[in-house]
Design a protein around this ligand. Structure first.
Ligand SMILES: *Cc1c(COP(=O)(O)O)cnc(C)c1O
Ligand code: SF4
Length: 413
């Protein structure tokens, strides 16, 4: 039979062998930094000070740099800076040109190619900004940008116009004006701190912001969007966690795209946040050659659950300038969603969204499970492609309804 031919001698399919390998928790290791003391390596400020930021450093650490990467890195400082923490750099496989971490971090010359439909502010944030650094798109919540810096820079960043300040945007948040706006708008009940990465602020500065926000009576819910637990797990200190837990209800959304990013160091850091009572969600960006296949995404969401993180969103990559080489198709995204729903834990299934170009907000994109919907009946299909009928409340259809018909016509889509 067909099924047997896809099993190897041990009875393990290649897919499940790949899944198991992707789901292994490994340490990022020390790589080139074996001479560094534990105290330095585990110090987040040391990691930041020793980031890879220049072509010369990159060439030394990665002799396999390709001409595309070489040219991309030369141009990066006019667009979005190069920066990679030593910890995260160790996840790159220098022998693999298609390494998923490499594709996210190392600039490529394709970044300088822009299509007419690509934009520098693809989600129209600047046009929905009542005061600098605040984006008020939805009625009851705001995005509060606190810094333009991140621990490392993602080449597909939707906010690359301001992040790292390589393009000369000169982002200067004015916390007083941002907080005043929130105070004067009682319909705002939810504030999302983002940037840049809010966890790059010192504990004191972050606490200053959180306490100011908590003092506003109409604010119910605070959250922080951060990639620091992934880029710089050393930043998630017991002191930071003890401070954050004073400002509940506080949620954190992390950003991780590939199971290799979920190391033992990251699992421990996320565990410290979860132990502080902080519910954790994850946002992934669908990226070509990085995570745009069912097996990788299934491993990713299952590994996130093991890290006590609920997969929250998968984003279709925004139409940011110079991102064509990193964007996958919506068709692929839908195929991945079909490969998750029903095939794995419901808690592991994120919502796939497109942030509507120009500023329409997040739009859910779903595979079609409702095949027809009349006043009286729905025809639906399940994750295996089997067809079912559901009779609506108050149906007036006089046809004899036989429940057994429900299971009569399995069909694959
Ligand atoms: C994503 C986003 C939010 C938060 O949206 P949720 O769906 O509530 O997570 C808020 N404001 C802006 C501008 C956003 O882009
Ligand atoms: S961490 Fe977020 S804000 Fe920073 S570069 Fe990556 S995508 Fe952009």
């Amino acid at each position: 039979m067909q099924i047997e031919s896809s099993l190897d001698a041990t009875g393990v399919s290649p897919e499940s062998a790949k899944m198991q390998s992707l789901k292994q928790f490994r340490s990022a290791g020390r790589g080139f930094w074996s001479h560094v003391s534990d105290a330095d390596w585990n110090d987040w400020k040391w990691q930041l000070k020793n980031r890879i930021t220049t072509l010369a450093q990159l060439e030394k650490l990665m002799p396999t740099l390709t001409p595309e990467e070489h040219a991309g890195t030369m141009l990066a400082n006019n667009k979005l800076s190069l920066a990679i923490t030593p910890y995260f750099f160790n996840l790159i496989d220098p022998a693999d040109e298609n390494c998923p971490i490499r594709w996210q971090m190392i600039p490529r010359v394709e970044e300088t190619h822009t299509a007419p439909w690509e934009l520098s502010d693809p989600c129209g944030e600047d046009s929905h900004s009542p005061v600098p650094g605040l984006v008020h798109r939805y009625p009851d919540r705001v995005l509060f940008l606190v810094t333009d810096r991140c621990a490392s820079y993602c080449r597909y960043c939707t906010r690359s116009r301001l992040v790292s300040n390589a393009s000369g945007y000169d982002f200067h948040p004015e916390f007083d004006r941002q907080i005043d706006y929130i105070r004067q708008n009682p319909q705002i009940r939810d504030v999302l701190l983002s940037g840049g990465d809010p966890l790059l602020l010192s504990d004191d500065k972050l606490e200053f912001l959180l306490s100011k926000l908590r003092a506003i009576p109409h604010l119910e819910f605070l959250r922080i969007g951060t990639r620091i637990p992934i880029f710089l797990p050393q930043r998630i200190t017991p002191e930071l966690c003890a401070m954050l837990k004073k400002y509940h209800p506080l949620f954190i959304s992390v950003h991780s795209n590939h199971p290799r990013e979920l190391t033992t160091e990251v699992r421990d850091a996320l565990g410290r946040l979860a132990d502080a009572g902080i519910p954790l969600g994850n946002q992934s960006v669908l990226l070509r050659n990085v995570n745009d296949d069912v097996i990788t995404m299934r491993a990713q969401v299952q590994k996130l659950l093991m890290c006590r993180v609920k997969p929250y969103y998968i984003y279709q990559c925004d139409l940011i300038n110079g991102s064509a080489h990193l964007r996958s198709t919506v068709r692929k995204g839908l195929e991945i969603m079909q490969g998750l729903r029903g095939h794995t834990t419901g808690y592991g299934v994120p919502q796939y969204v497109i942030d509507a170009p120009g500023g329409g907000g997040k739009v859910p994109i779903n595979p079609e499970y409702v095949l027809s919907h009349s006043r009286d009946r729905l025809v639906i299909r399940n994750f295996e492609g089997k067809i079912f009928e559901y009779v609506e409340a108050g149906a007036r259809d006089s046809r004899q309804y036989k429940a057994s018909e429900n299971f009569a016509t399995p069909e694959t889509f």
